[in-house]
Design a binder for this molecule. Structure first.
Ligand SMILES: Nc1nc2c(ncn2[C@@H]2O[C@H](COP(=O)(O)OP(=O)(O)OP(=O)(O)O)[C@@H](O)[C@H]2O)c(=O)[nH]1
Length: 331
């Protein structure tokens, strides 16, 4: 996951302490003017390099190759990506500024007396510290963003992906568990308390991803808060096929009419994605709500419990994706 290995960002105080204590050590190893030069060189390098490393550790949000729209939107649900980008660019500015201060003062530490050199070196240090303090809030925001984003789910937006939606207890996780080998349950995120379920299966030697999103696609859009709505938008960039699962027996605890409304709203929101309606628990067909069955107009009836039509549904989902792997360029 692209935000997984970001290093911690130092605070401005930590960075200043580090730069000046290393500088003091470097100065002790030398004498006279050389000591002053070495101190300035060390302090400026540490500040400039550390700040540059903070920025380059992040992927470039401008390039879709670096940050897939799925992750961009998901990140934006959790942190303010514009603010983060602004903080990163100000950090880069500070890095360059430290280099400039070094270049401005280094000549003044040559061919002069030691007191003047020391005075200039101290001036340079004060300006370096000032630059770093100016980006205090930015460094804090970058570190907060790093902490908030590092636990995003391990989802590969490049893989053909089936997203499963539907009210709680209709059989989504049973289905995902049934068709995938190992199910990787992930931690909780600000947009779902239950953790996104991600599973994988192979179809004709192509790895497919199947994603269950409790807390997001299991209730009416009106009940989603802002973060959840944004996470749903992110899923629009992820889903290659949407399976809306319904339980016409309503044993899940939700009337079929409500489930139908959810299906319709998902179909409307995911208009560029094939949406299949799957009526689950056909083994309980005697309990199905006949009054809504025609309106439901399910594409498939299945039972995860008995296994009836489970493979058929999976095949249909894969067919609907119509995934063509990128072929190597052959001239
Ligand atoms: N009779 C019958 N029960 C089923 C079927 N599929 C799932 N169930 C049962 O329905 C209940 C809910 O299934 P889950 O897979 O946990 O449903 P879910 O939609 O993932 O629910 P959440 O995890 O709350 O979102 C469980 O007790 C399942 O055993 C089915 O085809 N027939």
């Amino acid at each position: 996951m692209i935000f997984e290995d970001l290093p911690t960002t130092p605070t401005s105080e930590e960075l200043i302490d580090k730069a000046f204590s290393r500088a003091a050590r470097a100065g002790k190893a030398k004498g006279g003017l050389e000591a002053q030069q070495s101190m300035l060189q060390t302090a400026a390098n540490i500040i400039s390099d550390n700040l540059e490393n903070v920025v380059t550790a992040w992927p470039d949000f401008d390039y879709e190759d670096d940050v897939h729209p799925f992750y961009y939107e998901l990140a934006d649900a959790i942190v303010d990506v514009d603010e983060l980008r602004q903080a990163l660019s100000e950090t880069m500015w500070a890095s360059r500024k430290a280099r400039e201060i070094h270049n401005e003062y280094q000549p003044r530490l040559r061919k002069t007396d030691i007191d003047t050199a020391r005075k200039h070196r101290k001036q340079a240090f004060a300006r370096l510290a000032d630059i770093v303090e100016q980006i205090d809030d930015e460094l804090l925001y970058i570190n907060k963003s790093r902490n908030d984003l590092r636990d995003l789910p391990e989802i590969n937006p490049e893989e053909p992906t089936i997203v499963v939606a539907g009210y709680p207890n209709v059989g989504k996780s049973s289905f995902v568990n049934d068709v995938t080998s190992a199910r990787g349950e992930t931690a909780s995120y600000p947009f779902t308390t239950k953790g996104i379920g991600v599973g994988h299966f192979e179809h004709e030697h192509i790895r497919h991803q199947i994603v269950d999103t409790p807390g997001l696609l299991d209730r009416p859009p009106a009940e989603r808060n802002e973060i959840e709505s944004q996470a749903v938008s992110a899923i629009e960039h992820l889903a290659d096929c949407m399976l809306v699962m319904v339980d016409p027996s309503a044993e899940c605890g939700y009337p079929l009419a409500s489930q139908l409304e959810l299906r319709d709203s998902i179909a409307a929101q995911f208009e560029t994605v094939p949406v299949l309606t799957i009526a689950n628990k056909v083994d309980r067909a005697e309990a199905w709500d006949d009054s809504q069955i025609d309106a439901l107009n399910a594409d498939y009836e299945m039972s995860v419990e008995t296994g009836e039509n489970v493979e058929t549904v999976l095949e249909a989902a894969v067919e609907a994706i119509d995934f063509e792997p990128e072929l190597p360029f052959d001239g």
